[in-house]
Ligand binder design. Structure first.
Ligand code: NAD
Length: 496
């Protein structure tokens, strides 16, 4: 423990990261990729340890820890180390040799510098790694501020990089809101934040003040739309997993089901059967924090008061951290259970008349992270997916694409505007730098001083030639260009 203020701690970790970053960025991309390749083995061989650590620190079922945090993290090391060289390759622009003669322009993808990475507690290994790996490969340093709820997972993530990258390149700042705030105010060049909407707004405000780019991955209220021809057994199983995995503490949990009336009874029956078969404490762990359990309890309580029907589960006692998975039939759209993020083991079901009503209701949310459509007509589901206000839409599945490193993960509305995974995520981690060489032997460019009558006529002729006039006007413009151009090129000093 240290007695230094959060500001001082943040400043010194960021300064060490900055010192390490300069030399790291100069290493060829391939060398950086070689340095990070052993990370895959380290992550995989820590599988048992991660499983037990997350069971202790966040009450996560061991199987879920290995399947959702270890395996996808190892896969992303492969994906990024193999593809980074091509993704960051310099690009030579094609320039029109008439408008821009003797010029060559190259775009480089430069690291931003020091990236502040502020993470939540729900996937405390996978979430930081999905940014750390591409950020480092792109030549950045990263300072990780894990959640105060999962400091040991944060320490483990940072330790994975020890000896692979220069000291200080991966900085670790432990603590809560004060430390997170100090980090985004420190001398960092970009912020990648994953967490709640309320904190995301604060982080964005600080970044706006400092003019530092900031990526926000925030909450969700994912809808699942079940059409009349949905494959019943697969849909019921998919919904139950999508709602209760990680005890519902997943930004992409299914938190609203819109089911078409003709299949609703059969679906509810099967979902309830499957939910009752879940082993509480084993398949569905207790909530990671009492504070989260309290939010879930309050939402269930309010829904029950406003007429929602508990098909299975119950409103938990105050102070209970283990919550029985609940399936609730809801009609009141305004109840917090349907309007706000729940982040707990609750599956609300709303019966609708048809798919149009389902789409309308699914889209009527402040959030827009992921969504799913369940139907045997996959092409129809695909077309419907294009109408949903969400960053990821899956047909006959839900949310697992977070495990695919090539698949962009992003949201709309209050789900934030960050993108993780896939080449699209690089926009947050690199900036373009254009370098242009000019081998023009002429003493002057067309558009440099002096501004003369010839230049004025030339500019107007170019506008006509590029489409500002009809065919005859363009021919006339071409002819006048042919006389104006040489005159302009040899024009000397300003006109009197
Ligand atoms: P949170 O907002 O409470 O905390 C997130 C992080 O921010 C923590 O490290 C916390 O210490 C830090 N923090 C708190 N105040 C801060 C401040 N003023 N400045 C800077 N940092 C600050 O969120 P949480 O409860 O840890 O995580 C749950 C939330 O994360 C849910 O809303 C969930 O949907 C969201 N989430 C989103 C995604 C996604 O990909 N979109 C993934 C996982 C979780």
């Amino acid at each position: 423990m240290t007695n230094e203020s959060p500001e001082k701690q943040a400043d010194s970790v960021v300064a060490a990261a900055r010192r390490a970053q300069a030399a790291w960025a100069e290493r060829p991309i391939r060398e950086r990729a070689d340095a990070l390749r052993p990370l895959k083995r380290r992550i995989l061989s820590a599988a048992e340890h991660v499983g037990s650590l997350l069971a202790e620190e966040c009450s996560k079922p061991f199987e879920e820890a290995v399947l959702a945090e270890v395996l996808p993290s190892a896969d992303l090391v492969d994906y990024w180390t193999v593809s980074i060289e091509e993704l960051l390759a310099a690009e030579t622009l094609e320039l029109d040799p008439i408008s821009f003669p003797s010029k060559r322009a190259v775009v480089y993808r430069e690291p931003r510098g020091v990236v502040a990475l502020v993470s939540p507690w729900n996937y405390p290994v996978a979430i930081p790694l999905r940014t750390l790996v591409p950020a480092l490969l792109a030549g950045n340093a990263v300072v990780l501020k894990p959640s105060e709820v999962t400091p040991r997972a944060g320490e483990l993530v940072a330790s994975f990089f020890e000896g692979l990258v220069p000291e200080g390149l991966v900085g670790l700042l432990q603590g809560g809101a004060e430390e997170g705030d100090a980090l985004v105010r420190a001398d960092v060049d970009a912020v990648v934040f994953t967490g709640s909407v309320a904190t995301g707004r604060k982080v964005a405000a600080v970044c706006a003040e400092r003019l530092v780019p900031c990526a926000l991955e925030l909450g969700g209220k994912d809808a699942a739309i079940v059409l009349a021809d949905a494959p019943l057994e697969r849909t019921a199983r998919g919904l139950v997993w999508g709602a209760f995995t990680n005890a519902g503490q997943n930004c992409a949990s299914i938190e609203r089901v819109y089911v078409v009336r003709s299949i609703a009874d059969a679906l509810k029956k099967r979902v309830v059967e499957l939910t009752k078969a879940l082993r509480v404490g084993k398949d569905v762990g207790k909530l990671t924090t009492l504070r989260q359990a309290e939010i879930v309890r309050a939402q269930l309580d309010a829904a029950a008061t406003s007429g929602a029907k508990l098909l299975t589960g119950s409103v938990p006692e105050e102070g209970a951290q283990q919550i029985d998975p609940a399936v609730v039939e809801v009609t009141d759209e305004a109840t917090p259970l349907l309007a706000d993020e729940t982040f707990g083991p609750v599956l609300p079901i709303v019966v609708v008349d048809d798919e149009e009503e389902a789409v309308r209701r699914a889209n009527a949310s402040r959030f827009g992270l992921t969504a799913s459509i369940w139907t045997k007509r996959t092409a129809h589901g695909h077309a419907l997916a294009r109408r949903l206000r969400a960053g990821v839409v899956t047909v006959n599945n839900h949310a697992f694409t977070a495990a695919i490193p090539a698949a962009p993960w992003s949201g709309v509305g209050e789900s934030g505007y960050g993108v993780t995974s896939s080449p699209h995520a690089l926009g947050e981690l690199v900036r373009p730098r254009l370098v242009l060489e000019d081998k023009n032997a002429l003493a002057s460019e067309l558009w440099w001083y002096p501004y003369t009558g010839t230049l004025r006529s030339l500019a107007l002729a170019m506008a006509r030639l590029r489409g500002g006039a009809g065919i005859f006007g363009r021919v006339a413009a071409l002819l006048s260009l042919l006389t104006l151009l040489p005159r302009r090129l040899f024009e000397k000093g300003p006109e009197k």
